[in-house]
Design a protein around this ligand. Structure first.
Ligand code: NAI
Ligand code: MG
Length: 367
C-alpha cells in the first residue's frame, strides 16, 4: 500500500459515463494501491437540474486531487443559453495542454496487428482558439489560427519525454502481445522497438503555412536537440495520414498541432478496434484528467452493455501519469488478456455486458 492514498476525482457525467467510470473505479480498487475517490458532477443532467454544466464545487474540488477520470457529457446539438462544454472548461482551467492518445493493436477482429504508437496533440491553441468572423456582408468567413512558441515548446517537450518513458516502460513489462494472443507476432514493432531508439515524428504543413506551422516545426526541432537519445523526423500532415493508414507499425510518438492531432487520432483509433477501446489523457505539468475518446452513447445508455475498456485503459494512463507505470502495465495486460480470451462487448461483436467485462479484467490483474 502507498502511505498516502491517491485522491482521484471521478466525473461520470451523462449516459454511459455513469457506467464506465464506476467500472474503472472497480479495477483501480482491485489493485494493491490506496485510493481516495471523490465523485463530482458535470454535464447535461446537472445543467438541467442546476443551470450550470460545471458546478463550482467540481471546479474547485478537482484542484485538490491528484488526478481525474472523466466519463462523457452529452452536448445539445442546438445552442442552449448558458450551456458550455465542461470538458473544454476543465482543460483550460487546469491548463491540460497535452492530449495523449495511445493507439495499440488489440486482439479483436476490427484491429490491425503490430501497432503501438502515441499521438501527442497540442490541446490549447491552433484553430481551436475559435476566433472566427464574417466579413464582406457575410460572404467571407475568416478563422484565426494561433501558434505560439511557448505552447509548441511544451508540447514538444511532452512528446520527447513520452518517447523516453515508453522505452523505459517496455523494460517493466511488454504487456502488449501476450503469447496466446491471436495477433501475437514475433515480427511486431514491439520486439523491434526494444532494439531501436525511441522516435518522435513532427507533423506540420510548413510548406504551405510557413509562419504558423513553420514556428511549430522549428520549435519542435529545437527541443529535439535536448533529447539526443530520441530520433526525430518530420512529416507533412497529408502524407502523414496516408502513411499512418499504410504502415502504422512504423510510428512511435507523433506530435502535432491541435487540428492535425484531432484528425490523426480519430483516424488512428479506427485502425485498432474502435471507440470502445480508445482512451485519452489530458495532461498538464502536474495533473492528468483521463477520459474515453467516446461520448455519452445515448443509444446504448442504461442497458449495462457499454464497453468499459476505453475508460479502464484511460485509468491506466492516469496511473502512468502518477508514476505508477507497473500498475498501469498490469491493467493494460489484463485488458489485452480479457480481449484475447474472447470476452467481448456488443460493439466488438460479443455478448459480454459492462459488469462481466469489468470482472474479467479484474480476474486477470496480476496474471
Ligand atoms: P458517441 O461516442 O457517444 O457514440 C458513437 C457510437 O459509438 C454510438 O453508436 C455508441 O453506441 C458507440 N459507443 C460509444 N461508446 C461506446 C462504448 N463504451 N461501448 C460501446 N459502444 C459505444 O458519439 P455520438 O453519438 O456522436 O455523441 C453522443 C453524445 O456524446 C453527444 O451529446 C456528444 O456531444 C457527446 N460527446 C461527448 C464527448 C465527451 O464528453 N468527451 C465526446 C464525443 C461526444
Ligand atoms: Mg475528435
Amino acid at each position: 500500500m502507498t502511505e498516502q492514498p491517491y485522491r482521484i476525482a471521478l466525473i461520470p457525467g451523462d449516459g454511459v459515463g455513469k457506467e464506465v467510470v464506476p467500472a474503472a473505479r472497480r479495477v483501480l480498487e482491485a489493485l494493491p494501491l490506496a485510493f481516495d475517490f471523490v465523485e463530482l458532477d458535470a454535464g447535461w443532467e446537472v445543467f438541467e437540474r442546476t443551470g450550470t454544466a460545471l458546478p463550482q464545487r467540481t471546479a474547485s474540488v478537482i484542484r485538490g486531487c491528484d488526478g481525474a477520470i472523466f466519463g462523457a457529457t452529452q452536448s445539445p446539438s442546438r445552442k442552449v443559453e448558458g450551456y458550455s462544454s465542461p470538458i473544454l472548461a476543465l482543460r483550460r482551467q487546469l491548463d491540460l495542454y497535452a492530449n495523449l492518445r495511445p493507439v495499440v493493436s488489440m486482439p479483436v477482429p476490427g484491429s490491425r496487428p503490430g501497432i503501438d504508437l502515441l499521438i501527442v496533440r497540442e490541446n490549447t491553441e491552433c484553430l481551436y482558439v475559435r476566433q472566427e468572423r464574417l466579413e464582406d456582408g457575410g460572404n467571407t468567413a475568416v478563422a484565426q489560427r494561433v501558434i505560439t512558441r511557448r505552447a509548441s515548446e511544451r508540447i514538444a517537450r511532452k512528446a520527447f519525454e513520452q518517447a523516453r518513458a515508453r522505452l523505459r516502460n517496455l523494460e517493466i513489462g511488454d504487456w502488449r502481445f501476450p503469447p496466446q494472443s491471436p495477433i501475437s507476432n514475433p515480427q511486431s514493432p514491439i520486439s523491434q522497438s526494444q532494439n531501436r531508439p525511441p522516435r518522435v515524428t513532427i507533423v506540420h504543413k510548413a510548406n504551405v503555412l510557413s509562419l504558423t506551422d513553420g514556428l511549430f516545426r522549428e520549435t519542435c526541432l529545437a527541443v529535439a536537440r535536448e533529447f539526443p537519445d530520441v530520433q526525430v523526423e518530420e512529416q507533412i500532415v497529408d502524407s502523414m495520414i496516408y502513411r499512418l493508414i499504410r504502415e502504422p507499425e512504423r510510428y512511435d510518438v507523433i506530435v502535432a498541432p491541435n487540428l492535425y492531432g484531432d484528425i490523426l487520432s480519430d483516424a488512428a483509433a479506427a485502425l485498432v478496434g474502435g471507440l470502445g477501446l480508445a482512451p485519452s489523457a489530458n495532461a498538464g505539468d502536474n495533473f492528468a484528467l483521463v477520459e474515453p475518446v467516446h461520448g455519452s452513447a445515448p443509444d446504448i445508455a442504461s442497458q449495462g452493455i457499454a464497453n468499459p475498456c476505453a475508460t479502464i485503459l484511460a485509468a491506466a494512463q492516469l496511473l502512468d501519469a502518477l508514476g505508477e507505470a507497473g500498475a498501469a502495465a498490469q491493467i493494460q495486460a489484463a485488458v489485452t488478456r480479457t480481449l484475447a480470451d474472447g470476452i467481448w462487448s456488443a460493439d466488438l461483436g460479443g455478448t459480454a455486458g459492462t459488469a462481466e467485462m469489468t470482472t474479467a479484467v479484474i480476474e486477470r490483474l496480476g496474471d
